[in-house]
Design a protein around this ligand. Structure first.
Ligand code: NOJ
Length: 464
């Protein structure tokens, strides 16, 4: 069936269904990806190796020993991909830049061909009416920086990151106005150094793990300053976090307050320092000798004001009031709806993440920089892909996004994760998050049903 036709009918039809609830006119509708997960071409045009290239070569680290060496071959197919984005009606596209394409050693000589690729991609997006949102670091650290300085264990890397951010924003800010420094700090600090997952996977004592988090925060702050020093003046800068989301089990004041307290406790290491410029007494007491080494000046850098915050939200923890401990996080029962990642589906996470953000950090603009689900889209349905699970997931999460806006929370845009199926880190290609399917043998792209749903939402700017 040709959904582009039925879609046009749906779109007309929807206009007659009342009451429609409408997103603000300037709401940003996007989709997101990251460099290592889609680009491939790992050794083309002078790209250096990243820690992920090296990590994937360690047998047994990635499901089926997959690697991102070819990934979705987006490096070569980017024009077709942008055309698909236009067909879906995306207004914005969030992608990341591979540091080792720009600076193969992570520092020193610039690789002009690396810039050429991103420059071509950005032009293509703009010609198709799609606004680029650029993430500077989505986990693929140039391997040389790992070998030479010990990666994020060292503040030298925080400084190299700022240099790189300055170089890239200087060259691309004529066309790129929205910049995100770092994506999900825990995934390249805690995961590799505490849990032995993700590059560069080397377990370290807690103090070093905490140091990598601090150094990443510091690198972010230095990068914000470097972008402001080098870029055109009209840029907006933010950071993307997978915050610990909590939500009340019942919408009763005592549960709402309990979940709020839990939100505060669980986001001590990253979100609160970013906004408050200090580590809480509670955290200092709890970590004791394992606190990272830091200075007051570094804390000021970390809290350099940003223009927005990006949240990647896939779920959250249900919380209720507890007379003794103030709050209690409830376990999800067996049989609770879960995605193919085994992540519980909890759309109210969106609403309460925004509510507690306003409560603690004020009216900062927020983008949902990622939201979506992995589902086991059936390989055999080669003609059509009925990802009704993803479609409903998007619908319920958009519903909560709109409710949050209507209740006065400052949500500016939504980026579905992901534009297309891609390399899901240590799950390799075994998990599919795309609204577009990728056949990894032929590289053929095929729109899933959820992409037609999203197209309708974007066109009408509304949901029921
Ligand atoms: C967050 C990460 O930013 C992205 O790279 C990953 O694929 C998705 N979550 C899904 O796990």
């Amino acid at each position: 069936m040709d959904y582009s036709k039925s879609n046009r009918r749906c779109c007309k039809g929807i206009a007659f269904v009342k009451p429609l609830r409408t997103f603000p006119k300037n709401f940003i509708w996007g989709a997101a990806t990251s460099a290592y997960q889609i680009e491939g071409a790992y050794d083309e045009d002078g790209r250096g190796l990243s820690t992920w290239d090296v990590f994937c070569r360690q047998p047994g680290r990635i499901r089926e020993n997959h690697t991102g060496e070819i990934a979705c071959d987006h490096f070569h197919l980017y024009k077709d991909d942008v055309k698909l984005m236009r067909d879906i009606g995306l207004k914005a596209y969030r992608f990341s830049i591979s540091w080792s394409r720009i600076l193969p050693e992570g520092e020193g000589a610039i690789n002009p061909k690396g810039f050429d690729f991103y420059s071509r991609l950005i032009d293509e997006l703009i010609e198709n009416g799609i606004t680029p949102y650029v993430t500077l670091f989505h986990w693929d650290l140039p391997d040389n920086l790992e070998k030479k300085y010990g990666g994020w264990r060292s503040k030298e890397v925080s400084k190299r990151f700022a240099d790189y951010a300055g170089i890239v924003s200087d060259r691309l800010s004529d066309r790129v106005k929205n910049w995100m420094t770092i994506n999900e700090i825990a995934c390249f600090t805690v995961l590799p150094h505490k849990l032995d997952r993700y590059a560069p996977a080397k377990v370290e004592p807690p103090k070093i793990v905490n140091q990598t988090i601090h150094n990443a925060l510091y690198g972010h702050g230095l990068a914000v300053r470097a972008i402001r020093d080098n870029a055109d003046t009209d840029v907006k800068i933010g950071i993307v976090e997978n915050l610990a989301v909590t939500y009340p089990v019942l919408d009763l004041k005592k549960d709402i307050d309990a979940a709020s307290k839990c939100f505060k406790d669980k986001n001590q290491a990253i979100l609160f320092p970013l906004f408050k410029g200090n580590y809480s007494r509670q955290m200092i007491k709890k970590l004791g000798a394992d606190m990272p080494d830091y200075t007051e000046e570094e804390m000021k850098v970390i809290a350099e004001p940003v223009d927005f915050i990006g949240y990647n939200i896939y779920g959250g923890s249900p919380v209720r009031h507890d007379d003794v401990n103030v709050y209690e996080v409830l376990p999800y029962p067996k049989g609770y709806p879960k995605t193919d990642m085994d992540w519980a589906v909890s759309p109210r996470s969106i609403y309460y993440a925004l509510k507690y953000t306003k409560e603690y950090f004020g009216d900062i603009p927020v983008y949902l920089t990622e939201n979506g689900m992995a589902s086991d889209d059936d390989e055999t349905q080669s003609e059509e892909i009925f990802d009704l699970d993803r479609l409903e997931y998007l619908r319920t999460h958009l519903d909560m996004s709109l409710k949050a806006i209507q209740d006065g929370f400052n949500l500016k845009g939504y980026f579905v994760w992901s534009f297309m199926d891609n390399f899901e880190w240590d799950w390799g290609f075994t998990k599919r998050f795309g609204i577009v399917r990728v056949n990894y043998s032929t590289m053929h792209r095929q729109r899933k049903l959820s992409s037609y749903f999203y197209e309708n939402v974007i066109k009408s700017g509304s949901i029921l």
